[in-house]
Write a protein that binds this ligand. Structure first.
Ligand code: AHG
Ligand code: MN
Ligand code: MN
Length: 336
């Protein structure tokens, strides 16, 4: 079958068939996620109409409550995922504790962690936002409800991860440990069709992405690294270009395609950076490593090797093209 009609469901099923012991459960889980993504995409696309159509901010014209999009997306993920029977437990960036799955549906073997709407401060300006997800196998006993320990596994244990980017089109990118694949939503058919097979992040980077407004809080090594990227040398090396959207999903997706490094560092104001290990850094690190890149915390560790201690733990991150991350590591290992 040609790529043009490779739907995400079919692709996931074919990937799973490569594993002789697969039960089809992971395929079903990823299909449910694709459905949630379509519903969130529709809602994101009409966000700008809210005022025009007479929504009050409290109730919409059908008398339903109007929810902020991040809460809408959080609720939608839960509704789409909690009755499939494949999950033991979930956790979301938008909820302090683990999300229990209703009785009889909570005996599945998988664990789902998600950031329902990433970059949500951008939404009112029509700037791209995304959803990020991360899937593990449970470590608690089969046939029992999942636990917080199921959610606190190192990123290396992920069996699948991905993101959905609601941009100029909607694209869903996932890995199940065998490369990174992207599917663009065809709005006419409502299907995600394979558009980016086996994405490889260019080894040489051209772009750096970080919030330079925090410069005064940075430590010296990071300052020197960014200065180095902005410089040329007499062997023909050009300066990097700077791109920062402020939606991690969009910044990393662009860098995956064009080559680049995305940084959210620890600094004097935010000793652990800003981004969450479970919902943002681990799934993105899995995708980027699968695409041939690197992701480190700048303290000598691969992101995926970290053992999470709490659900909402933050971690500094340097992620992207291998060469650029290697170079960052050299600069920041000397910093004060
Ligand atoms: P979220 O909307 O899920 O809270 O995440 C926002 C994150 C991330 O997407 C982005 O890279 C980062 O915040 C931007 O932070 P700054 O505004 O501090 O640059
Ligand atoms: Mn986020
Ligand atoms: Mn979020």
């Amino acid at each position: 079958m040609s790529n043009s009609f490779m739907t995400i469901q079919r692709h996931i099923m074919e990937e799973e068939k490569k594993h002789p012991k697969a039960t089809g459960e992971l395929s079903a889980l990823l299909s449910d996620l694709a459905l949630a993504a379509k519903v969130i995409s529709l809602e994101v696309n009409k966000a700008g109409l809210v005022d025009i159509l007479g929504y009050t901010g409290e109730e919409n014209v059908q008398g339903e409550d109007v929810k902020k999009l991040d809460i809408f997306s959080h609720d939608m993920m839960i509704h789409a995922m909690n009755h499939g029977g494949h999950l033991a437990v979930m956790a979301s960036e938008e909820e302090a504790e683990i999300i229990r799955i209703p009785d009889r549906h909570n005996l599945g073997k998988y664990v789902l962690l998600f950031d329902p709407l990433d970059g949500s401060s951008n939404i009112d300006a029509n700037v791209s936002v995304g959803t990020i997800f991360s899937i593990y196998k449970r470590i608690s006993a089969d046939g029992t409800p999942g636990t917080v320990e199921d959610c606190l596994q190192p990123g290396d244990k992920q069996v699948a991860a991905g993101y959905v980017l609601y941009g100029s089109s909607t694209i869903m990118v996932y890995t199940a440990g065998d490369g990174v694949h992207g599917f663009t939503l065809d709005p006419a058919f409502g299907e995600f069709l394979l558009s980016h097979n086996n994405i490889r992040i260019p080894e040489k980077a051209k772009i750096y992405s970080l919030n330079e407004g925090n410069y005064k809080y940075w430590r010296s090594g990071l300052k020197e690294y960014i200065k180095y990227l902005q410089d040329a040398d007499d062997r023909g090396r050009e300066p990097y270009t700077s791109r920062y959207i402020g939606s991690m999903v969009a910044d990393i997706h662009r860098n995956m395609l064009y080559g680049g490094i995305f940084i959210y560092p620890a600094d004097r104001r935010s000793p652990n950076g800003k981004l969450r290990l479970l919902y943002e850094c681990n799934p993105m690190a899995f995708l980027v490593e699968q695409g041939g890149g690197r992701a480190i915390d700048g303290r000598g560790n691969r992101i995926l090797a970290l053992k999470p201690e709490s659900l909402h733990q933050r971690v500094p991150i340097y992620i992207g093209s291998k060469e650029a991350v290697d170079m960052a590591e050299k600069f920041i290992s000397n910093e004060e």
